[in-house]
Design a protein around this ligand. Structure first.
Ligand SMILES: Cc1cc2nc3c(=O)[nH]c(=O)nc-3n(C[C@H](O)[C@H](O)[C@H](O)COP(=O)(O)OP(=O)(O)OC[C@H]3O[C@@H](n4cnc5c(N)ncnc54)[C@H](O)[C@@H]3O)c2cc1C
Length: 402
């Protein structure tokens, strides 16, 4: 197995490194103004060089590069190594922008893509409702066309960052007499208007990252619909095609494992550093094994991308593998902390300088539970792998016919 990227890509790596050495962190004139202004200038420069927003056309603010998974990988590695910011990470960039590029009207792309890319507007995702999570297509929030506007009534739940969002992309039932998957439309909604009530949901970490959102005669223009009436389910599936390989995720997991090893060196178990305990060492090595396997399956997927072959089941495995590894790291961390591991989150920073100051292993342990649920639960993910990836018979429990 040859894991080197080859001469051409190593030369490209040299270019990216040289660019970053000169441009990040900003210095001289580039360091003038607020942090936001510096960030914006840096992103614009990186886009003009073709390093960021590669799949976004120039007319919508991107750098419009030919698809090249290896170059993309090199850029990600070098930006991460330099601590340089890439595109904003929010749900708008991850989900809405690819959806608009594939299915949106030109005016929608012009209005929303560049502003999202530059971090000027933030989005939230209005999919889940009480009783409609895994069985999302049963959602009940109604949208009725009255004159030139959609009038929306109902409730969403678990809406991450709704309290900070400028807009929501939202699934709404607009065709009440159609079959459940065919009665949904994909609407864009301005969050700063009368009739929207955002109520925080307190989490066990003490934070309130997600919310309930109530709609009471909320309005959105008739043409703020992506795709046609009743096509919302199809539109919402667009982003599933943008599943990425797992190399980036493996990089983050490696950083977490490094933090865990540092904690194991610092903390004592039975009077000696935890890292000297044979069982702890065995489990650390076991986690590392999972991370490497995850990384190599990412390389395998990238090779398939390069050969223009379908990633098949590999593309579906990423989330569940990340979840699984995250749980193992979290569980081991809590055991290494012993009694300190059950201190309420936020009480003390157990990580010291090993993680950023807002995060503690206790917080991470709790958040790991959420990661197994967000964006489709681990069980549902297993169903998807079984049905779409392995071609096994459909789950008898799920009634998708109505
Ligand atoms: C951190 C976090 C952030 C989130 N952010 C957002 C957001 O921004 N916007 C948004 O719309 N939603 C968001 N969600 C909601 C998330 O999408 C749902 O929680 C998720 O889809 C599961 O739905 P549910 O909570 O209704 O659970 P349910 O669907 O009721 O599932 C309950 C249990 O039943 C199991 N189950 C259900 N159906 C099946 C099946 N067919 N086969 C096997 N097992 C099954 C599940 O695996 C789970 O264990 C977020 C959730 C979390 C945890």
């Amino acid at each position: 197995m040859d894991l080197s990227y080859g001469k051409e890509f190593e030369a490209f790596r040299g270019e990216v490194k040289a660019f970053l050495k000169q441009s990040w962190p900003p210095s001289g004139d580039a360091a003038k103004g607020s942090k936001e202004e510096q960030l914006r200038r840096f992103r614009e420069l990186a886009i003009s060089k073709g390093y960021l927003a590669r799949s976004i056309p120039k007319q919508y603010g991107g750098s419009e590069q030919a698809p090249d998974p290896l170059k993309g990988q090199v850029i990600q590695e070098e930006f991460n190594a330099a601590g340089a910011p890439m595109e904003p990470r929010g749900i708008g960039m991850m989900m809405l922008v690819p959806t608009l590029l594939e299915r949106g009207e030109d005016w929608q792309k012009e209005k929303f893509v560049r502003a999202t890319l530059m971090g000027e507007i933030a989005w939230c995702q209005g999919y889940s409702e009480p009783g409609s999570g895994s069985d999302l297509a049963s959602l009940k929030t109604r949208g009725e066309l009255v004159g030139d506007e959609w009038v929306i009534n109902g409730q969403k739940i678990w809406t991450s960052s709704a309290h900070e969002a400028d807009f929501m992309f939202c699934l709404v039932r607009t065709e009440p007499n159609a079959k459940k998957h065919e009665g949904i439309s994909y609407l864009l909604i301005d969050m700063k208007q009368k009739g929207i009530d955002v109520r925080p949901l307190r989490e066990m970490t003490g934070g309130a990252m997600f919310n309930e959102v109530f709609f009471n005669d909320v309005r959105t223009p008739k043409n703020w619909i992506v795709g046609k009436r009743g096509e919302g389910w199809l539109v919402s599936r667009t982003t599933l095609k943008h599943e990425r390989n797992s190399i980036g995720a493996a990089g983050q997991m490696t950083a977490l494992l490094d933090a865990l090893v540092a904690t194991a060196k610092r903390r004592k178990l039975d009077g000696r550093p935890a890292i000297e305990d044979p069982e702890i060492r065995r489990r650390l090595i076991e986690v590392e094994g999972y991370i490497r396997a995850h990384q190599y399956s990412g390389f395998f997927q990238m090779t398939k991308d390069l050969k223009k072959e379908s990633p098949g089941v590999l593309g579906l495995m990423n989330k569940i593998n990340s979840t699984h590894i995250g749980h193992r790291i979290a569980k081991l961390a809590i055991e290494i902390l012993g009694d300190d591991g059950i201190v309420a989150p936020g009480e003390r920073n157990m990580m010291g300088s090993e993680m950023d100051s807002d995060s503690t292993w206790t917080n991470y342990y709790m958040a790991a539970v959420g990661i197994a649920i967000a964006g489709g639960t681990a069980n549902v993910q297993r169903n998807v792998i079984a049905e779409r990836g392995l071609g096994l018979p459909r789950d008898v429990a799920a009634d998708r016919s109505k």
